[in-house]
Design a protein around this ligand. Structure first.
Ligand SMILES: *[C@@H]1O[C@H](CO)[C@@H](O)[C@H](O)[C@H]1NC(C)=O
Ligand SMILES: *[C@@H]1O[C@H](CO)[C@@H](O)[C@H](O)[C@H]1NC(C)=O
Ligand SMILES: *[C@@H]1O[C@H](CO)[C@@H](O)[C@H](O)[C@H]1NC(C)=O
Ligand SMILES: *[C@@H]1O[C@H](CO)[C@@H](O)[C@H](O)[C@H]1NC(C)=O
Ligand SMILES: *[C@@H]1O[C@H](CO)[C@@H](O)[C@H](O)[C@H]1NC(C)=O
Ligand SMILES: [Fe+2]
Length: 486
């Protein structure tokens, strides 16, 4: 895939980070953070017409289309390859080979189809490639004869606390010209996998047969990236598709048929919530639109999954969800409050590094804050600075047809560090067990502009180091008592 063009070399980047960090440090203690005054000129928020070449159907009878891959196991030695054949079931076989196009290996997948109103889906194939080697390029081939198509991917490095790895984070993508800009900019980032925070196609904005049709166009639209690198899926409200007037009442029907996830590998009972380990990161995917209160399957699963997290092996603990827990946009304000009440304490106790969400069509980043001392009678209802808390980042700005959420609460709340209503994507570049570089990149009329950036210190390793350093200081007792209260 496209790599690295226009990237700032590391020393220059670190300098930029330094300047930024100093700027941020000066801001600490000041009410609220930065509300960017940047106003972008956006393309109209309309979906790209179906005839456009970005949705082109591959040539050949029954040629595989909408190809996408995702991690297929807990530790990154398997990949699920999915695709659609439009005319007949055809073969569910994937032929593949390490570093060569001889395709000596093969795996057999399964095929499914569904209806949505009167739309009949194509034949949706999912095939699990297992026993792959870490950090290795594989070529793969699907389809038959003239219509066969070839792609490749690279497996993640083995689970290692110092494995460096670059993730992209995209949310609420849709299929407009703004979506295309986000996707193209993401593909120039040099990242190796996408953490997708929900709301894929926005096909539910259509009626009747067009819902299914727009899932198909979206699958072809994102194939330029999804066929070559794993996208880690989480579901948003636009995946629910509860449309009783059309006789469609099974939640997530299109999404679940089309997008497989490796949920069994993390002992989840639903494809909508699961976890994977990838390089030096443990990634937990939650479902904002499935039951999560105490005693529900998702709640029980998360409690157990957090016990499986081993920061000695995977120092970085990342949570994905659709609805942000901290959001100061007027759009979707407080919608994450119920999940905050249930899970925030776990995030703080588990020292989650960062929680990524979408849903709000703007960008926002929080300080490390928590509101876990709040209960119905404590009266302590404001978030307070908390070094053990995650950073909450909303990147629901992929560019879908609903447009930007431009109205922020005024004044900016104290928990909000930076916010801007523009389209874009983020990258998280893990360097080792202690340091990761984070960027939010705005799509600025053809250019990619790094707009918000900071150096993220690991919540487990960086603080252990801090503790080690602190031991040299005489005020140890005081510090230890502080840590204990977190
Ligand atoms: C799936 O495909 C088969 C074979 O073409 C067809 O008979 C069946 O009706 C389809 N099922 C659905 C739910 O569309
Ligand atoms: C088809 O294969 C995928 C990928 O291995 C798996 O997640 C899914 O459960 C399978 N579906 C059926 C119906 O076996
Ligand atoms: C509610 O908060 C108050 C004040 O912080 C605390 O004393 C009390 O134990 C809390 N109650 C529960 C059930 O957590
Ligand atoms: C991680 O990388 C940063 C930046 O290059 C460096 O300063 C730090 O010492 C490294 N930490 C470890 C544990 O290697
Ligand atoms: C030790 O901690 C105290 C109080 O926080 C601070 O004033 C002092 O500079 C520290 N000493 C060293 C050597 O870091
Ligand atoms: Fe949403």
């Amino acid at each position: 895939m496209a790599s690295g063009s226009g990237r700032c070399p590391l020393p220059c980047f670190l300098k930029a980070i330094f300047v930024f960090t100093v700027a941020m440090a000066c801001l600490e203690g000041v009410y609220g953070g930065i509300t960017s005054v940047f106003v972008r000129s956006e393309w109209p928020s309309v979906d790209i017409p179906i005839e456009n070449e970005v949705f082109a159907v591959p040539k050949g009878h029954n040629a595989p289309q909408q190809v996408h891959i995702t991690q297929g196991d807990y530790d990154g030695r398997a990949m699920i390859v999915s695709w659609v054949t439009p005319d007949e079931p055809g073969s569910s076989t994937v032929r593949f080979e390490k570093s060569a196009k001889n395709y000596g290996l093969s795996a057999e997948g399964n095929v499914t189809n569904y209806t949505f109103y009167k739309y009949k889906s194509g034949y949706i194939h999912h095939c699990l490639l297992e026993g792959l080697e870490h950090g290795t390029k594989y070529y793969y081939k699907i389809g038959n004869g003239e219509s066969a198509r070839e792609f490749w991917f690279t497996t993640p490095p083995r689970i290692d606390p110092d494995a460096s790895y670059k993730f992209g984070i995209i949310g609420d993508l849709g299929q407009t010209y703004n979506s295309l800009s986000t996707l193209e900019h993401y593909m120039m980032s040099g990242a190796s996998a996408v953490l997708f925070v929900g709301d894929l196609s926005y096909a539910d904005r259509y009626q009747y047969n067009d819902v299914g049709v727009r899932w198909d166009t979206w699958g072809r639209f994102v194939e330029r990236s999804t066929a070559f690198q794993p996208w880690i899926w989480s579901a948003g409200n636009h995946e629910i598709e509860y449309m009783p007037h059309m006789g469609e009442v099974i939640p997530f029907k299109s999404f679940l048929h089309r997008y497989a996830t490796p949920y069994l590998a993390s002992e989840s009972s639903s494809p909508l919530w699961y976890a994977i380990r990838h390089a030096s990161a443990h990634i937990i995917v939650l479902s904002s639109y499935s039951p999560f209160v105490k005693y529900t399957p998702q709640w029980v699963w998360l409690r157990e999954e957090l016990k499986r997290v081993d920061r000695e092996k995977t120092p970085w603990l990342i949570v994905l969800m659709h609805v942000p827990i901290y959001n100061s946009n007027e759009a979707h304000f407080m919608e994450g409050e119920s999940m905050r009440a249930v899970f925030e304490e776990w995030f703080v106790r588990s020292r989650v590094d960062v929680v990524f969400a979408g849903h709000v069509h703007a960008y926002e980043r929080s300080y490390r804050i928590s509101n876990i001392q709040y209960n119905v009678s404590s009266g302590n209802c404001y978030p307070i600075p908390d070094k053990s808390a995650p950073v909450y980042i909303t990147v629901g700005d992929g560019g879908n047809q609903e447009g930007l959420a431009g109205r922020f609460m005024d004044p900016q709340p104290e928990y909000s560090a930076f916010r801007e209503a523009s389209y874009g994507h983020s990258t998280l570049e893990i360097m080792n067990r202690t340091h990761a570089l984070y960027h939010w990149n705005r799509n600025d009329d053809g250019k990619k502009v790094a707009t918000d950036a900071f150096l993220l210190h690991n919540q487990y390793w960086a603080s252990n180091q801090r503790r080690r350093k602190l031991k040299k200081n005489h005020s140890l007792r005081e510090i230890v008592s502080q840590i204990a209260t977190y």
